[in-house]
Design a protein around this ligand. Structure first.
Ligand SMILES: [Cu+2]
Length: 341
């Protein structure tokens, strides 16, 4: 039985209305050595923090706020090349950073620019992109982008510049192609841990003719294996902090087009999913076509899969969204849309 399932068997139960986040006790890490102060602070795995009504992580604690991550698109520093082509440049640094991922639960994360997920990099098909990566972590890392590019720019060990050691920098340079919804992540072994620790982000390539105006947002689905046993996860989240959008609903306007860039990077579990209450959405897998493939209220993604969801809310009120792997939902992957006039 995986640690997650042992954890559930031990009495973790979410509140029926979704607001009473009475998840019993959280599993704590296997050893203090793996996680610094956390395990020691909770006496070796017996006592632990709880999700009680009103108990939440202060968005200021970690230096990033999932409510802002949601609509934070980083277009880089923009300039024109001779001939008129657009050049976009970014500086991304990896660092080791302890985050509070649930009330009283600290997790030794590895981050891009100090946040989970890393910044959402956004460009238009055909732009020239330069991403200067500096490794300020104590561990070797890379940035591996999904998309079309030469092998030397693939950010994997042994090819091109390969692994970027602590203290080193490297600039990845490639053309933005194809248009769609992509991602980036570290590609150093053990890969599962380098991803699970938090080294991933969204990479959006807009089509040359932009999509119609909409209230746009990014949702990166992921988890936290707080026991570091590589067997499932103890907490699940969108954009960094479990249950964040339960406490801070995503506010949208009635009848306005909402466009969700949905990415799954969840490690240690084979699938993830997205379900919305009281509504349906058009789904564009990988965002590489301008026609939707499906009109649905639930989609499933394996790790690395992603897609664009477009919808309008015809009625005001609060509508849940969550993994339809309900076990994940009850361990943090759920939130609310709040529809106003
Ligand atoms: Cu890494």
């Amino acid at each position: 039985m995986s640690s997650r399932r042992r954890f559930l068997a031990g009495g973790a139960v979410a509140g029926s209305a979704g607001l009473a986040l009475s998840v019993g006790r959280l599993a704590v890490p296997a050893s203090a050595e793996q996680t610094g102060t956390h395990a020691g602070a909770h006496g070796g795995g017996v006592a632990g923090p709880t999700f009680r009504l009103g108990s939440m992580v202060d968005p200021n604690t970690n230096g990033f706020d999932p409510s802002k991550v949601l609509r934070d698109f980083d277009y880089g520093t923009v300039s024109r090349l001779p001939g008129g082509r657009t050049l976009r440049e970014w500086e991304i640094a990896s660092s080791d950073k302890e985050l509070e991922i649930a009330p009283g639960v600290r997790y030794p994360a590895w981050t891009f620019n100090g946040r989970i997920p890393g910044p959402t990099l956004r460009c238009t098909e055909g732009d020239l992109l330069r991403v200067k990566f500096t490794n300020s972590s104590a561990h070797p890392h890379t940035m591996h982008f999904h998309g079309l590019h030469p092998a030397d720019m693939d950010g994997v060990p042994g090819i091109g510049r390969g692994v970027i050691e602590p203290g080193e920098s490297f600039t990845y340079e490639f053309d933005a192609s194809p248009f769609g919804l992509h991602l980036y992540h570290c590609h150093v072994s053990p890969l599962a841990e380098h991803i699970a620790r938090g080294l991933y982000g969204t990479f959006i390539v807009d089509p040359p003719r932009p999509r119609p105006p909409a209230d746009e947002m990014v949702m990166v689905m992921h988890g936290f294996n707080t026991t570091f046993d590589g067997e499932g996860n103890q907490l699940y989240a969108v954009n960094g902090i479990p249950f964040h959008y339960m406490h801070h609903p995503v506010r949208v306007k009635r009848n306005e087009l909402v466009r969700i860039y949905l990415v799954n990077v969840l490690e240690y579990d084979p699938i993830n999913s997205f379900h919305i209450h009281g509504n349906f959405f058009d789904y564009y897998p990988t965002g590489t076509r301008l026609e939707p493939s499906e009109f649905t209220d639930t989609i499933v993604q394996a790790q690395g899969q992603r897609g664009i969801c477009e919808l309008r809310f015809p009625y005001p009120g609060q509508y849940m969204f969550h993994a339809h792997k309900t076990e994940f939902a009850e361990l943090g992957w759920m939130g609310f849309f709040e529809v106003g006039e």
